[in-house]
Design a protein around this ligand. Structure first.
Ligand code: ADP
Ligand code: ZN
Length: 797
């Protein structure tokens, strides 16, 4: 692959005089053929014999794991019927393949090659809108993934196979509507019904059946039972564009002055109808969601669609609820659990413009919202926007690219913006909107530090292990619960004890297949590997010397046990991947905390997400330093984000909030800055450091990850790739650097040895030639070693 294709600028289709369906004059098409279309026609493999006249040529992405776009002939009969984004059937290899017509192609440089012809057009109107084609092309280039696969991955399954378009179904959706505002007591004996009811109430009393059924498995049956009891009503709604159900539930009459400024600015930008990115930096509880809602509302009033990306839908039903209750059937909620048929339904409704708003997780960045006017990325700093398999895209970054292609306003919102985003705002690339005060001028919570080196938790109460809750923490919890208020206790580690160590030889109990310690889960009476999932009975003796085992390292289970022991009067529950094993349990837990049936909620980062529980006035961080030691250049930033986010759960109601942070590392930068509410100071310090060491946002990175069955073979492939990069390194002045090859921080997972190389350079373009070399070399790597390129990597483990 040629280097000049790397910094592929997004195609701007607004300047493209190319075809509206069925109406392109031949002259225009010919003229288009002479224009340089980046990416088009460059890797045509189908080029045998000589053909005399240049004909109409099409650039097609083939739905196979092959890189590049392919050039095909357009048969006379189809010439007037092709529109970019259409699914077509093309000959490929020895058979037929699904293809996507992307636009006219330039004749291959060699000239005089004979091409194969498009066989058939599979649909009348294109499945892919133009701005999306441009986005998918960009993603394939940037993240180095086969374009056909990128497109297939974006499309709902019904459209990603080579079948003819099905007759479009009637646009009706079934809704469940709650007829009560509170779950009746007697439901607590029917957990499934109670969970379905809780979900419905959490999202504003009304939701599509399919959405509830996703959150709560089996909810279709359950809702029927609730309907029989007269608690729920079923509705069939015909989706029509522009018809609003006048649901204005929960719309505050008045915006705060800061919200007002932000909303006016965004409305103006939507009216200007061009690309404009914003960072909405608003402290926790400042009412960012209301700003999004008003901007979406405004876009809708101008006939433009909106796309709202959120980190995880199951964790934040409240946010979906706010959109649902404001816009009713105008919203498609796109979550990872949709069935094929439902994904197809939403895709078609959005594509036709019968539904104008999409709210979804990262993959929704590819949703075919019509006439896109606004893109919102909520909690834009959240690591879940990066996909860690297949197409390793960062949805927040793609959201900005898409906004540019579609001419839309983009709002990245957070209380703790990613440093990359902050940097873009400071350099003027994004406009900055700030909400510095909470709604109703509620105070920010006070944050106090508890130095664990001084405030020693009292000994001897919990028998087996040393306790972890210090006297100030216990006292604060006691007082809060006594006042009828609620507590969140945060520790980002699951399990009971996270290290089992032999008292005699000092050997820690590790997984046999992974390079990590096993975690003791007392509730399951097992030790578990958090990477491969293997579980064993708890050994009471060391494998090597039969010495007795010490249980060290604290997880959420143990904190929960200690709370229960020390505050027997309080109602305690735990929220982590082990307790919330299903969406149903998760919803029920969050709902019962919201109903104040739980006084103290202990949990991992799941408790730190955007929850809005007005009853919470105390947040305790059990140990602030757990994530600091992770060998990742973002460890400090993640720690700061997590602590700020969890602190932000306190004092969101009428009573002020208080935060206590236990730590052994009070001098650690992120801890100190969180205590001082000093985002700017933290960002300043951290950016200096990143600049000095040339890390993002001052550099672009790509990592090469290797995984192999045989340690020696994997190491030698890593060294081979390292040498290759070394040989093709540009002159030192270009500022490109290679780190590694080295064993990955977790050197073995599931029995596979892991290596990595990291290349860093001042721009993405500076890395492109090296990545191209690497990619070309992958063909020679023995099949026992799996190598992936990860452009703009997230976690470094
Ligand atoms: P953030 O996302 O910034 O943390 P939210 O959007 O969750 O904050 O808003 C916090 C709370 O304030 C929510 O309960 C929301 O309904 C409420 N709220 C937002 N804007 C207003 C307003 N203008 N007037 C009254 N309440 C508001
Ligand atoms: Zn393991």
């Amino acid at each position: 692959m040629e280097q000049q294709h790397f910094e592929l600028k997004p195609l701007d289709f607004r300047d493209d005089p190319s075809p509206t369906p069925g109406s392109m004059p031949l002259r225009t098409l010919r003229a288009n053929l002479r224009r340089e279309l980046p990416g088009a026609g460059r890797t045509a493999t189908v080029r045998p014999v000589v053909s005399p006249t240049p004909a109409l040529l099409a650039s097609v992405a083939v739905g196979r794991p092959v890189r590049g776009e392919f050039t095909y002939l357009v048969p006379e009969a189809l010439a007037g019927n092709l529109a970019p984004g259409q699914r077509v059937l093309v000959p490929f290899g020895r058979g037929m393949a699904l293809g996507f017509y992307l636009g006219p192609a330039t004749p291959p440089v060699e000239g005089g090659v004979r091409l194969k012809a498009i066989q058939r057009v599979l649909e009348d109107s294109p499945s892919l809108p133009k701005d999306l084609i441009a986005l998918l092309r960009f993603a394939a280039e940037h993240y180095r993934y086969p374009l056909g696969e990128v497109i297939r991955g974006a499309l709902p399954p019904g459209l990603s196979t080579a079948v003819d378009e099905k007759a479009a179904k009637a646009d009706v959706q079934h809704f469940a509507v709650a007829l009560v505002t509170e779950a009746p007591r007697q439901l607590s004996r029917a957990p499934a019904q109670s969970a379905a009811m809780a979900y419905l109430l959490a999202v504003g009393g009304r939701a599509p059946l399919e959405e509830v059924a996703h959150a709560i498995p089996g909810a279709r049956e359950t809702l029927k039972k609730l309907a029989e009891k007269g608690l729920v009503r079923m509705e069939e709604v015909e989706l029509k564009p522009g018809v609003r159900e006048g649901l204005q539930q929960g719309r505050p009459a008045q915006l705060t002055p800061e919200q007002d400024v932000a909303v006016r600015e965004l409305q103006g930008a939507v009216d200007a109808a061009g690309f404009q990115p914003y960072l909405l930096h608003g402290v926790t509880g400042s009412g960012k969601t209301e700003v999004y809602l008003r901007a979406v509302e405004h876009a809708l009033s101008r006939g433009r669609g909106s796309l709202v990306l959120v980190p995880e839908i199951a964790l934040t039903p409240q946010l979906v609820g706010r959109f649902r209750s404001r816009f009713g059937g105008d919203v498609a909620v796109l979550h990872s659990g949709l069935k094929d048929r439902e994904r197809l339904f939403h895709w078609q409704a959005l594509r036709k413009g019968t539904v104008k708003i999409a709210v979804g997780v990262r993959s929704a960045v590819f949703a075919p919202v019509e006439n896109l006017g606004l893109i919102v990325v909520d909690e834009e700093h959240d690591p879940s926007f990066k996909q860690d398999e297949k197409l390793r895209y960062q949805a927040r970054d793609l959201a900005v690219v898409r906004g540019k292609q579609a001419g839309a306003v983009v709002v990245l919102g957070s209380a703790t913006p990613a440093l990359e985003t902050l940097h873009n705002a400071r350099s003027g690339r994004y406009k900055l909107l700030e909400l510095k005060r909470r709604v109703d001028d509620r105070p920010m919570p006070t944050i106090e530090m508890v130095d664990l080196r001084v405030e020693r938790p009292r000994d001897g109460v919990v028998t087996e292990e040393a306790p972890i809750l210090s006297p100030p923490l216990l006292q604060a919890m006691e007082e809060t619960v006594a006042k009828g208020q609620q507590v969140i206790l945060f520790l980002n580690r699951r399990g009971h004890s996270t290290i089992l160590l032999c008292e005699v030889c000092g050997l820690s109990l590790k997984c046999q297949d992974c390079d990590v310690c096993l975690t003791h889960h007392r509730s399951q009476n097992r030790v578990v590997c958090h990477y491969c999932g293997v579980a064993f009975p708890v050994p009471d003796r060391c494998r090597e010397c039969t010495g007795p085992m010490l249980k060290l390292g604290i997880g959420t289970e143990r904190v929960e046990a200690e709370v229960a022991e020390r505050l027997p009067q309080a109602r305690v529950a735990r929220l982590d991947r082990d307790s919330a094993t299903s969406a149903e349990k998760l919803t029920e837990l969050l709902a019962s905390f919201a109903r104040r049936e739980i006084d103290i909620l202990v949990g991992t980062q799941m408790v730190a997400k955007g929850h809005d529980f007005p009853g919470v006035t105390l947040v305790c961080v059990v140990m602030a330093d757990t994530s600091l030691a992770i060998p990742d250049f973002r460890a400090s930033e993640r720690t700061f984000h997590l602590l700020t986010q969890v602190a932000g759960r306190a004092g969101r109601g009428k009573d002020p909030g208080r935060v206590l942070v236990q730590t052994y590392n009070p001098e650690a930068e992120p801890v100190k800055r969180v205590l001082a509410h000093d985002f700017d100071g933290f960002a300043h310090q951290e950016l200096e450091w990143r600049k000095a060491l040339a890390y993002p946002p001052y550099a672009r990175m790509a990592s090469v990850r290797l995984e192999g069955e045989h340690p020696e073979q994997t190491a030698s492939v890593a060294r081979y790739l390292g040498n290759l990069v070394g040989r093709h390194m540009p002159p030192a002045s270009a500022g490109v650097r290679l780190l590694g090859p080295a064993l990955a921080p977790i050197a073995r997972i599931r029995g596979k040895t892991r290596w990595q190389l990291l290349v860093k350079g001042p721009t993405h373009a500076s890395l492109a030639p090296l990545l191209a070399r690497l990619e070309a070399a992958l063909a020679e790597v023995p099949s026992g070693v799996k190598v992936v390129l990860d452009v703009d990597p997230g976690a470094m483990l």
